[in-house]
Structure formats: structure tokens, C-alpha cells
Design a protein around this ligand. Structure first.
Ligand code: ASP
Length: 538
């Protein structure tokens, strides 16, 4: 069975098990209840006067009367002190660490029931996804470094690099703006913010209000453009490698590669050779890691599906659908056009060639973590030369995030609509400009786009507390926008390869399986550990 088929089966199992056996399971006993900071525990099931406690996070359900849940809980000494100082009368009589009972009103997503057994299953299995993620992340920094130094040195000509660099950055910017125009246009047309009821709005704001504080604080510290530019040059390249600062690593590797091309005669040759061999070894590590992808991907999806409440999705469904529709249109129109017309490849076959990268991006929500897989797909299945992939892809994974930009455009306008704010044409332009920068500034890790979204909101004067409104569906949308980001990087790669005159072509499954030096089927295929020395550069 092909690796991709196995990954798909893993995904499906993750989704089905997530629905059946996750914390939101409908078949497991749902006698746990999660409470947000504002939820209040009362003595009687009608909200009558006596308040017993506040600020619980988790409790056990004993029974239900209408909307009211009878719960069993205990208070820690610290919690009890806080209640006393807040002047809750019942706290005077209560004792710490004693089981007590009370009533809370069920209100999704502020107070909702879940299945503790499902939560335990998620807790016990999440290491599988974590292990897979760690295995591919382990390769990212050395792979980028070794392949970029080798790639730049073998370009042999700084002008060629300058040309490719200029084109790549220009293309990244153009597609990001295109994505934003699609997102902004759709949101103005469909107006999802006008469709959310006042009640849903209040619930979302109160349920997630507390958890956005750190997000907002993070974004507020964003450095200026000039500082960001200087920060790309590492004062200590080893520190840059150690901390995995991708732009710094790219900069240093590029400079080192250029320096190597200036060495006289064949003095650079042994170094380039060494880096090439190390790069080969890293590629092999990616293939080893991908062996556990079906399990890893399944476990990651199990966790996401299991933890996302359907009811949150319902309130935000129109907003989420606008994001998804926008991503789809950008994929088909923008990338479809570029791949078909400029890179001259059949679009569906192109998507087929990068399918492993798409599913890994989808399930990990991290374009940085997916980078090794994207690189392997572009080189092995589309025959792009390593000089192109080793430059365009790491840069793309760090700065080119069309999916993120599109989502930020939609989210900013959606939140403004909910607050009843009218955005002028000037505001909309500000959104396009600031979301372009915010998507560049977002790291390729889960949830990064939501953090830099605060910058966009600030730019148009929308309260950043509004982030609380969209937090509930962010994890799901992150999966789709990350997959789009990775397709965007691959599109840039094939276009640059075409412009540099690479011999692009779609490798068939049969070719893949037959070539032990390439592809997910060929390398490590059929149990044979073929690591032949000479690499076929086609
Ligand atoms: N998770 C995205 C990525 O890695 C970034 C984002 O949060 O939008 O590409």
C-alpha cells in the first residue's frame, strides 16, 4: 500500500475515533463539565441568590434539571482564599479540599459537558502525534542549512541568486495581496458578522475572553520594520541555528554559500561535497520519519476533532465557511492559473505530486514542520532542482503565508462587523497592507496567524478582545490555511524552477517506486534500505 493511502487511512481513523471516543463523544458517559472563569456555582438550580463558588475549571456532573447541572467539586486552599477576599459569603463556611455540590447553568461554550474518558484517551495517545511532529521538526534546521549552503554554492553565480531572490519575493507579495483581495471581497459580500446573533456574540466573548489576554500581549510587542530587517542578520550564527530562527539561518546559509562560490579553483569543492552528503542524510531522515506519519497524523486529528465542540462551529459556521471558500478560490484561481499557465504543469497532477506535504501541513498546522516533506515532494515528484527548492521553500515557509493572510483579512472584517463598525475603503486598504505584513511576521507554527492578527485589528482600530470571538474555530481553520500556505510555497517553487529552466515533470507512481534514490515509495520502499551514493539529479 502506498504511503499516502496509509496516511489517509490514518486521518480517517483519527476523525472517526475523535468523534466517537474523544472528549465530545456522544457514546461515552459525559459526566465531566468544563467551566470558564465567569461561570458561577449556585446552591439551587434556579440561580437563586446563594452563590457558592466561581472560577472553577473542571467538575463532575451528578445530575441535570433542564439547563441546570448538579455538580460535584472541591476548592483548593488558594481558591477558597480568593473567594473569601472576593466577598462570597458561602466561602466563609466552606472548607478546602472537601467535596461539595452545587448547580451551574449549562451554556455552550462557557459551561459544557464532556466525556472524561475521552479526554483520558486523548491524553494517553497524544504522544504519538507529538513523536511524529518532533521527528520531522528535528530535521528542519539542519536540512535548511545544509541544503541551502550546497544549493547556493552550486548556483555558482550570485546574479542568478539575486534574480531568483527578487522574483521569489515579488511573487510571494503578489500572491499574498491576491489572497487578501479574495478574502476581503468575499467578507464584504457575504457579511458573516451581521449573521451572528447577539446572544452567540456575548457567549463567545465571555467564554474565551480570558484566554486572549496573552495573545494580545504577544502581538503588542511586535518590533518595527527596520528592526525586523536588522534582526535577519545573526550576530551569532550558531545561536541562530540553535534557536531555529529561520530567517537568520537562511541569511547565514545564503552568505556562506555565496562566500564558497568566491573561493578560488576547487577549494570550495570538499565543503560543498560534505554539505551535499549531510543533506542526503537529512533527506533520508525525513523518509524514516514519514514511516510513522500514518499513526502520527491519525493521533493529531484524533486530538483536534475530539476537542472541537460542534456547537461552537455552528455559531461561527458562516465565518468559517467564508474563510474556507476564500482559501478554495485562491487555490483554484491563483495557484491554478500560475501552475497551469506560467509553470505549464497540469494543476491536478501538481496537487497530486505534493499531496503528502498537503496532508502533513493539514494535520500538523505548521508549515515549518512540513518543510522537509514539501521539499521532498517538489524534488522527487516534480523534478525541481535542489538549488531552487533549498532557496524558495525555506523562505516561503517563513514569510509566504497566503492562507494566513486571507484568513486575517476575513477575520478582521468579521470582527469589525460584529462590533458594528463601518470600514471605509481606506480601512480595507489598511487591512490588506497590515495583513500582508502580519502574515510575513507570522511564524510557520500552529496558531501564529491568530497572534499577528492582533496587529491587523490594531491598525484599523478594532478592539483586540474581538479575537475571543473566533478562537473557538481557529484550530480547525489553521489546518486549512496551513495546507494553503504550503501549496503556495510549492507553486512559487515550480514557477521559479520553470523560469530557471529546470526540467519540470510529474513523476508517475511507477517511476517513483522504481527509483530507489527518489520518492516516498522508492526510498526505503519494500523494506530495502537503498541509500546509493550517486544522486540522480535528472
Ligand atoms: N499555522 C500556520 C502555518 O504554519 C500559520 C498560521 O497560524 O496561520 O503556516
Amino acid at each position: 500500500m502506498k504511503l499516502y493511502t496509509k496516511i489517509l487511512i490514518g486521518m480517517m481513523i483519527g476523525v472517526v475515533f475523535g468523534l466517537l471516543l474523544g472528549p465530545n463523544s456522544s457514546i461515552l458517559p459525559n459526566d465531566g463539565v468544563r467551566l470558564s472563569a465567569s461561570a458561577t456555582v449556585f446552591q439551587t438550580p434556579d440561580g437563586a441568590e446563594q452563590v457558592l463558588a466561581k472560577g472553577l475549571t473542571d467538575a463532575r456532573v451528578l445530575g441535570q434539571r433542564g439547563d441546570w447541572l448538579e455538580i460535584e467539586y472541591s476548592l483548593s486552599p488558594g481558591h477558597l482564599m480568593r473567594l473569601k477576599s472576593a466577598g462570597v459569603p458561602a466561602a466563609e463556611k466552606a472548607r478546602a479540599n472537601v467535596i461539595m455540590t452545587g448547580w451551574v447553568k449549562e451554556k455552550i461554550p462557557e459551561v459544557f459537558r464532556y466525556a472524561p474518558i475521552g479526554q483520558s484517551i486523548v491524553d494517553y495517545t497524544s504522544w504519538i502525534g507529538g513523536l511524529f511532529l518532533a521527528m520531522i521538526k528535528m530535521v528542519v534546521v539542519p536540512l535548511v542549512f545544509f541544503s541551502l549552503v550546497g544549493g547556493i554554492a552550486s548556483l555558482g553565480d550570485v546574479r542568478k541568486l539575486g534574480r531568483m531572490g527578487g522574483r521569489t519575493i515579488g511573487f510571494f507579495m503578489a500572491t499574498t495581496v491576491m489572497a487578501l483581495m479574495i478574502g476581503v471581497g468575499l467578507t464584504n459580500l457575504i457579511k458573516p458578522g451581521a449573521l451572528l446573533s447577539q446572544e452567540d456574540r456575548d457567549i463567545l466573548l465571555s467564554a474565551y475572553g480570558g484566554s486572549t489576554g496573552s495573545t494580545i500581549a504577544n502581538a503588542a510587542g511586535a518590533p518595527s520594520f527596520g528592526d525586523q530587517l536588522i534582526a535577519i542578520v545573526p550576530t551569532n550564527p550558531i545561536a541562530a541555528l540553535a534557536s531555529g530562527d529561520m530567517l537568520q539561518v537562511i541569511f547565514f546559509a545564503t552568505m556562506l554559500g555565496i562566500a564558497l562560490t568566491f573561493l578560488e579553483g576547487d577549494r570550495a569543492q570538499p565543503v560543498i561535497e560534505l554539505f551535499d552528503r549531510l543533506n542526503d542524510a537529512m533527506v533520508m531522515l525525513v523518509h524514516i520519519a514519514m514511516k510513522i506519519a500514518p499513526f502520527g497524523v491519525g493521533a493529531l486529528l484524533f486530538k483536534v476533532v475530539g476537542n472541537t465542540g460542534i456547537s461552537v462551529l455552528y455559531a461561527l459556521s458562516v465565518y468559517a465557511l467564508v474563510v474556507l471558500l476564500g482559501l478554495f478560490l485562491h487555490l483554484v484561481l491563483t495557484y491554478g492559473f500560475v501552475v497551469r499557465v506560467w509553470a505549464k504543469l497540469p494543476f491536478l497532477a501538481f496537487l497530486g505530486a505534493i499531496k503528502e506535504a498537503m496532508v502533513v501541513a493539514f494535520s500538523t498546522s505548521s508549515s515549518s514542520a512540513t518543510l522537509p516533506v514539501t521539499k521532498a515532494c517538489c524534488e522527487d515528484n516534480l523534478n525541481v532542482g535542489p538549488e531552487t527548492t533549498s532557496f524558495v521553500l525555506p523562505l516561503g515557509a517563513t514569510v509566504n503565508m497566503d492562507g494566513t493572510a486571507l484568513y486575517q483579512g476575513v477575520a478582521a472584517i468579521f470582527i469589525a462587523q460584529i462590533y458594528g463598525m463601518d470600514l471605509t475603503i481606506g480601512d480595507q486598504v489598511t487591512i490588506v497592507v497590515s495583513a500582508t505584513l502580519a502574515s510575513v511576521g507570522a511564524a510557520g507554527v500552529p496558531g501564529a496567524g491568530m497572534i499577528t492578527l492582533a496587529m491587523v485589528l490594531t491598525a484599523i482600530g478594532v478592539p483586540t478582545e474581538g479575537l475571543a470571538l473566533i478562537l473557538g474555530v481557529d484550530r480547525i481553520l489553521d489546518m486549512f490555511r496551513t495546507a494553503t500556505n504550503v501549496v503556495g510555497d510549492s507553486t512559487a517553487t515550480v514557477l521559479m524552477a520553470r523560469l530557471e529552466g529546470d526540467n519540470l515533470r510529474i513523476m508517475s507512481d511507477a517511476e517513483d517506486a522504481a527509483d530507489p534514490t527518489k520518492g516516498f515509495q522508492g526510498r526505503l520502499g519494500q523494506g530495502q534500505q537503498s541509500v546509493s551514493g550517486d544522486k540522480d539529479e535528472g
